[in-house]
Write a protein that binds this ligand. Structure first.
Ligand code: NFS
Ligand code: SF4
Length: 627
């Protein structure tokens, strides 16, 4: 199954870099995928188990070979256990990111992380109140210290439930409590997944999956939400601003520093260090006219929406950025960083700098990041990039022309303020049918899907049908590259949505941030449901992850569905080896949490499924519906 370059990505800048890679004999993720084909059928179905050393075991999907693992585990048990481990890993990634944000916040409050300060006092105070902290007569630092303490308790809590879930509408919270899936301590849920999937513990697929929902909820309404809150307090709550995206944001004359990964704790400092007069002077001495910081993946989304720092690309563009030959430093922290960057950067002048004490990669320059010396270390990193500029090899430099303008930074606060302070105008627009519904489209790129095709096609279909789209993660970057994050993109929307966007001056696709910021989507859903006096599952809303690949996406899927939102997956999760698990996820969950999953690789059909669902919900609310 050899793909031509124009079949690999819808983005012409990416295609150009794939041509360059071919000419220069560079291997990319597309080549490695081809070498993996055909991928293992047992793995695709989720029916292999390595959870103990009597295995590995696998179940024959055709019913001819083994129908049980050595211990007697059936396909249902094995598939459910594997899925639970994916959820645990995803929830762990988001929540451990949150923990580091809270620990930085704590150090800041103790005066031990001098480079950081409180940027959003209002948010600090309102969240402190939510956690039952009295704020009167206390300094911001004192409040911050108490809040940090309360937030840290959420991770290691041994009694009671998470406090963040109280933000969910009453009926939803009640349902979780009745089902026994109201999350307890965040770490506890993740540990319990690992315990339950150990050989000979939890061997009932439904029971296993309920733990999956609870763990997902501890991510969405716990870890991810805490990450968003604390990052807003420390770095500012995003407000709408303009920026540019795609490989063309790399500069020919400036030093290019890419920040890639997920945690803004470091990238915030890099953005600041890139404006340091001393480093700017050094840059000039090295023959550059400045320092250009640009992002990839979610750390990119974080600096994009808070500072307007440009974005180089989505997950599948990380290697292509290096192949431009114009990157002085690829600075990475955690998550979604391909280890292949080690070998690739060594073929160019690019310095591959790994910074997280948790994450090292082949061939990196280790420059470990610690909050107490945050700015100093960020300066050292940027200095390493600046000093690398003279090593750029002019013959190897080819930066694609493509760069696209975008409007980003729609936090819940920003959306409400665009609406004049309350969700009512949006509710009125939904009632009148001008806005037919809300579509949350999120998630990764996956090499199994033509790069950005699923994202862009699905989102275009939705806005054409007057569905207002909210987006995060790599979908947001894909939409930005396709020009969909501009008020002018309202021209591509149906008449109703077009009118609303023009009246408010907003794009039809709202960039709400990084993947942990899907918590913002939960909160806006909660606000709409509360205002309408219904549950989230009653809203004319649907979600999709057209090109998902990460375990984080599995955890996200678990909490979005548990929160009551129908979710369409564009790539097939490894569950089809169990009819019971498949039926549970795609049907039976409806009777449990009022929402379920669907799997639909064709983005047009996926849009239809979402529209159908939105129609049903409109009808149930007594609103005009089409079908
Ligand atoms: Ni989300 Fe963001 Fe992208 Fe997927 Fe990776 S960067 S945290 S996991 S690939 S959307
Ligand atoms: Fe095989 Fe059971 Fe061990 Fe899994 S836990 S490897 S199915 S024996």
């Amino acid at each position: 199954m050899k793909q031509e370059i124009h079949e690999k990505s819808i983005d012409t800048a990416s295609q150009a870099m794939l041509w360059k890679a071919k000419e220069e004999g560079m291997e990319t993720v597309w080549d490695r995928y081809e070498k993996q084909l055909p991928q293992c059928g047992f793995g695709q179905l989720g029916v292999c188990c390595r959870n103990c050393n009597m295995g590995p075991c696998r179940i024959d999907p055709f019913g001819e070979g083994a129908d049980k693992g050595v211990c007697g585990a059936t396909a249902d048990i094995i598939v459910a256990r594997n899925l639970l481990r994916m959820i645990a890993a995803g929830a762990a990634a988001h929540s451990d990111h949150a923990r580091d944000a809270v620990l930085t916040f704590k150090k800041m409050s103790e005066g031990k992380a001098g480079s950081y300060r409180i940027r959003d006092e209002t948010k600090l105070l309102s969240i402190a109140l939510e956690y039952g902290i009295a704020v009167e007569g206390k300094s911001c630092e004192e409040v911050a210290a108490e809040l940090a303490h309360a937030l840290l308790l959420e991770f290691g809590k041994q009694d009671g439930n998470l406090l963040c879930t109280k933000r969910a509408p009453g009926p939803r919270l009640k349902l979780w409590t009745e089902l026994g899936i109201e999350p307890r301590g965040i770490d506890r849920e993740i540990v319990e997944c690992m315990h339950r999937t150990h050989m000979g513990v939890d061997n009932n697929a439904t029971h296993i999956l309920l733990q999956g929902l609870r763990t997902g909820l501890s991510d969405g309404w716990g870890g991810s939400m805490i990450a968003t809150d604390v990052q807003d307090i420390l770095f500012g709550t995003p407000q709408p601003r303009r920026s540019t995206v795609n490989l063309g944001v790399l500069s020919r004359e400036k030093i290019n520093v890419i920040v890639h990964g997920h945690e803004p704790i470091l990238s915030e400092m890099i953005v600041e260090a890139a404006e340091d007069p001393e480093l700017l002077k050094l840059a000039q001495e090295k023959g550059a006219i400045g320092i250009n910081v640009a992002g990839i993946c979610c750390t990119g989304n974080e600096t994009l929406m808070r500072h307007g720092t440009p974005i180089v690309g989505t997950f599948l563009q990380q290697e292509l950025a290096v192949i431009t030959g114009a990157v002085e430093a690829m600075v990475v922290d955690v998550q979604c960083v391909m280890p292949s960057l080690g070998e690739l950067t060594s073929c160019y002048h690019t310095k591959f700098i790994s910074t997280s004490p948790k994450a090292d990669f082949p061939n990196t320059l280790r420059m470990e990041f610690h909050e107490d010396r945050a700015y100093e270390i960020a300066k050292e990193i940027v200095r390493a990039a600046v000093e690398n500029f003279p090593n750029r090899i002019p013959e190897k430099v080819n930066i694609p022309e493509e760069k696209q303008e975008c409007m980003v930074g729609f936090s819940v606060e920003a959306i409400l303020s665009a609406l004049g302070g309350s969700p009512d105008p949006l509710i009125e627009a939904i009632k009148s049918g001008a806005v037919w519904g809300i579509g949350a489209v999120v998630g990764c790129n996956n090499i199994k899907v033509m790069h950005n095709h699923g994202h862009v096609t699905l989102v275009k279909e939705l806005i054409k049908n007057n569905v207002l789209v909210v987006t995060t993660g790599c979908n947001a970057i894909a939409c930005a590259e396709a020009g969909l994050l501009l008020p002018e993109a309202a021209e591509l929307a149906g008449d109703g949505l077009k009118t609303v966007c023009k009246a408010l001056g907003i794009p039809p696709v709202l960039h709400m941030g990084s993947c942990v910021d899907i918590s913002r989507i939960l909160l806006i859903s909660s606000a709409l449901a509360n205002r309408l006096g219904v549950d989230i599952s009653d809203l004319p809303a649907a979600a999709a992850a057209p090109e998902w690949m990460s375990e984080k996406a599995v955890s996200i899927g678990a909490y979005v569905v548990s929160s009551g939102v129908f979710t369409v997956l564009g790539t097939v999760p490894p569950v089809l080896g169990s009819q019971a698990v498949t039926a549970l996820l795609t049907k039976d969950l409806n009777n449990v949490v009022g929402a379920s999953f669907a799997v639909e690789p064709d983005p047009f059909k996926a849009a239809d499924l979402m529209l159908e669902h939105i129609d049903e919900k409109r009808k149930a609310l007594g609103l005009e519906s089409r079908r």
